[in-house]
Design a protein around this ligand. Structure first.
Ligand SMILES: *Cc1c(COP(=O)(O)O)cnc(C)c1O
Length: 372
């Protein structure tokens, strides 16, 4: 069976560099907040032009920290797209705030701004909750429609958090992901475009005060006085070993994004006439975390491809508003029809920077065969 994401191909390319980086940490022994952590924050900031970078233990903790740094909590409504990874809504609940599920655009799979506007209006008319923030998710690596999202957040005085767990390295018009919104979060889970060898994440922001709060939240809400914790925080640090690994991976990341673009272009060339291939907005540059098509009889197609040795994946099989723990939270409308329809047809094909043309041809052939 072919691999959906081949992490070993990248390790081979980097040769002994990752092993040596881990070895250096083992030697100096500063496993918690060692020098590699600060160096990585500096380098991530250089990469995406962000003024402040605070690494942390995961993309989920990054979201919780971002929400808390923006003082979001009980009584606040936070609007989230229903087609996302569970962490987007989960982090909202963990702050005491209320997630409000919003429909998605059937072409880009990102938050539908008309549905968002309707949900904001409803919450404001209702008056039970304060309309506080939007978490726009850059699903599958493509930045959300920030032209329209930002018009709406400005009009309604909402904070904007960008969940860039899948889109670090992407951009929207002339802005890199990491510099959009009030705060941006990302994840270094191994399968994300920039992944480490365990859990990890980061938060990006322009505002120095928010950055100081994020640093405090990351280490138990610590204050200036080491023995006085000034707010409720978490143990949210990134391990030094993971920072050391990420420093090596970051050095080839720009090239890997180019390679992903090449793989995506090749898929689109071969498949555009047969299936609904991904739609990328003119304003957006995606990093192709996933290459996700839409097909009828999706589960049959996936089963057929699997029997031909080709793995596929469905990222977002059940929208949030239909998941057991989340069914009772408010939503933009009784049904979120686009998300529900899209969830039944999306299929992600093998995608990573080192997918060779021959392997890609096998994927294409298996898909075309399954469609017959
Ligand atoms: C992966 C992911 C997260 C969570 O990241 P972890 O590092 O696994 O906690 C959050 N949001 C989205 C959209 C994700 O894809």
């Amino acid at each position: 069976m072919m691999q959906f994401i081949d992490l070993q191909a990248q390790r081979k390319r980097l040769g002994s560099r990752i092993d040596e980086a881990i070895g250096r940490v083992l030697e100096h022994g500063r496993f918690i907040m060692g020098p590699e952590v600060a160096e990585l924050e500096e380098r991530l900031g250089d990469f995406c032009d962000a003024r402040n970078v605070v690494t942390c233990s995961s993309g989920t903790d990054a979201l919780w920290m971002a929400l808390r740094a923006l003082e979001i909590g009980a009584g606040d409504a936070v609007f989230v797209p229903t087609l996302t990874f569970v962490a987007t809504a989960e982090a909202v609940v963990l702050t005491g705030a209320t997630p409000v599920m919003v429909d998605v655009d059937p072409q880009t799979f990102n938050i539908d701004v008309d549905s968002l506007a309707a949900a904001v209006k409803e919450v404001e008319a209702d008056g039970d909750l304060r309309s506080a923030a939007v978490i726009a998710v850059d699903l599958y690596g493509q930045p959300a429609d920030y032209d329209r999202v930002e018009t709406l957040t400005r009009e309604h005085g909402l904070k904007l958090i960008c969940d860039a767990a899948q889109s670090f390295g992407a951009s929207h018009r002339d802005r890199r992901v990491g510099t959009i919104g009030d705060v941006t979060t990302t994840s270094f889970f191994p399968a994300k475009p920039l992944g480490c060898y365990g859990d990890g994440g980061a938060v990006f922001c322009a505002d120095d005060e928010i950055a100081a709060t994020l640093r405090s939240l990351r280490i138990h809400g610590g204050g200036r006085d080491k023995f006085d914790n000034v707010r409720i925080g978490i143990n949210g640090r990134l391990d030094t070993i993971q920072a050391a690994i990420l420093l090596e991976k970051l050095s080839v990341f720009a090239d890997e994004i180019d390679r992903r673009r090449g793989v995506a272009a090749r898929y689109t060339d071969a498949l555009a006439e047969r299936v609904d291939t991904p739609v990328v907005l003119d304003a957006a540059e995606t990093v192709w975390a996933q290459y996700t098509i839409k097909v009828d009889a999706r589960d049959d197609v996936a089963a057929e491809m699997r029997s031909a040795g080709i793995p596929t994946s469905v990222h977002g099989r059940t929208p949030m508003h239909l998941q057991s723990a989340y069914v009772d939270y408010p939503r933009a409308a009784a049904a979120l029809p686009c998300a529900e329809a899209v969830a039944g047809t999306i299929l992600s094909l093998p995608m990573h920077p080192y997918l060779e043309s021959e392997a890609q041809d096998e994927v294409i052939e298996a898909l075309v065969g399954a469609l017959k």
